[in-house]
Design a protein around this ligand. Structure first.
Ligand SMILES: [Zn+2]
Length: 439
């Protein structure tokens, strides 16, 4: 399995078939409309008489449920009938009827089970969407790169491309580059623009979802006031959805990685900055204005160093990549990068090990507060710093045990993310698959 990026700028990977596994055994209602709560309100609407466009009628409800089943198949790639029932909150009988109709009209296929399940019994048949020309696009803007990928609805990446660019300050150039790269990957993958059913966009900063703008003047200075979804829609004439990098990392882990079997987890992206993507009850938590998860600006020391956000003693002032690099300083006269510090630590350098361990301890203090608030089942550590492995993870666990309430600390697992370099790019694809409307 090769999920980390190679040096090649353009690759074809069929990652689902090798790494995503066949058994997705958990509820997954990622931030989707049409989940159980909406079904309940639809049923209530039915009791109060039909609304416009047949809303609330039995036919309307059946169509809505049918679309929901197709959406779940699109999000998951492959799933059993029982899992669809759990994910949608609809009864097994309803799902059974809908799936039979969809199979009858050729909109859903059933795969023959090939191996017995863990208890030796016959495994549940897996349902998939039939082969289709339809695809999704993902566009990930990093601070200094743009990545674009196209994937089919079976969750296989068909082509991807990357270029290095000063994204922070050159917003228009980055937007133009992303559009050119989108055309290139579509050509490479032989996908027509008309067959793209959704585009996911990622930016490395908070998103103001009401305006579609960057929610911080200091993180992406060149992007201030730009309505990013509209900018992309103008260039590509395709529907787009946008999320920040930590939320996209959480979506990628939720869909294919360390959060697949988990409906309550915190994904922590620890790199140049530190952010969290929070999955609560299977859904992404954005907060009132889209800044939920800004754990990097948790105050740890009121009289600590001044942070670029304007406060003092934020977590990022002591545990971000630049803070760690500054703490270590030079190594035998060699100026360091975070990657180099991690590498030296893994090779036993005591100063680098201590710097990473201290960063882990501080991250753990902030994560302990998060555990008290949301009681996650799992904390998934991603971002470049997660490459330090247990050197980082163990101090985080120690701090959680020390600072969180016992019940929350005892019930949480701290694990490394599956995706690091491609987390955001895969997250943009997961976002596009999630948002794309079912046929
Ligand atoms: Zn701050």
């Amino acid at each position: 399995m090769t999920l980390r990026p190679s040096a090649a700028s353009l690759t074809t990977r069929r990652f689902v078939k090798t790494s995503m596994g066949r058994a997705l055994k958990f509820v997954q209602t990622l931030d989707k409309p049409g989940g159980p709560a909406i079904m309940a309100s639809a049923e209530m609407a039915g009791k109060n008489g039909p609304k416009k466009d047949g809303e609330g009628t039995l036919g309307w409800l059946r169509e809505r449920n049918r679309r929901r089943v197709l959406e779940v198949l699109r999000e998951q790639g492959q799933i059993s009938q029982a899992e669809i029932a759990r994910t949608t909150g609809l009864s097994r009988t309803t799902i059974s009827t809908l799936v039979a109709e969809l199979k009858g009209s050729g909109l859903v296929n059933e795969l023959e089970p090939r191996v017995p399940d863990a208890r030796g019994g016959r495994p549940a048949a897996q349902l998939v969407l039939p082969a289709s020309q339809e695809a999704v696009l993902g566009i990930d803007f990093g601070h200094s790169h743009v990545q674009v990928a196209v994937a089919d609805l079976a969750h296989s990446v068909l082509a991807e491309r990357r270029c290095e660019l000063d994204v922070n300050h050159q917003a228009i150039q980055a937007l133009d580059a992303s559009a050119s790269m989108a055309v290139e990957v579509l050509e490479e993958a032989h996908v027509r623009r008309a067959d793209i059913v959704g585009v996911g966009i990622g930016i490395p900063g908070p998103v103001d979802h009401a305006r579609g703008t960057v929610g911080s003047a200091t993180i992406l200075p060149g992007w201030l006031g730009l309505r990013i979804p509209q900018e992309i829609e103008q260039r590509l004439a395709l529907p787009v959805a946008i999320e920040n990098d930590a939320n996209l990392g959480a979506l990628a882990e939720r869909t294919w990685g360390a959060g697949r079997d988990c409906s309550d987890f915190a994904y922590i992206k620890a790199a140049t900055g530190i952010g969290a993507g929070l999955i609560i009850d299977g859904r992404l938590l954005r907060g009132a204005s889209g800044t939920a998860g800004e754990i990097g600006h948790t105050t740890l020391d009121e009289s600590g160093a001044l942070c670029y956000c304007g406060n003092r003693g934020c977590l990022e002032t002591v545990a971000s990549g630049p803070a760690i690099v500054a703490l270590v300083g030079h190594y035998n006269g060699e100026p360091l990068t975070l990657s180099r510090v991690i590498d030296l630590a893994l090779h036993g350098d005591v100063r680098c090990r201590r710097a990473i361990s201290d960063a882990g301890r501080e991250i753990g203090v902030a994560v302990a507060g998060l555990c008290n608030l949301i009681n996650p089942q799992r904390v998934i550590i991603g971002g470049l710093l997660s490459g330090a492995g247990e050197l980082l993870l163990q101090p985080i666990r120690d701090s959680i045990r020390r600072h969180a309430v016992l019940a929350a600390a005892e019930s949480v697992d701290v694990v490394a993310a599956v995706f690091v370099e491609r987390a955001e790019l895969l997250g943009t694809l997961a976002l596009a698959l999630q948002r794309a409307r079912a046929a």
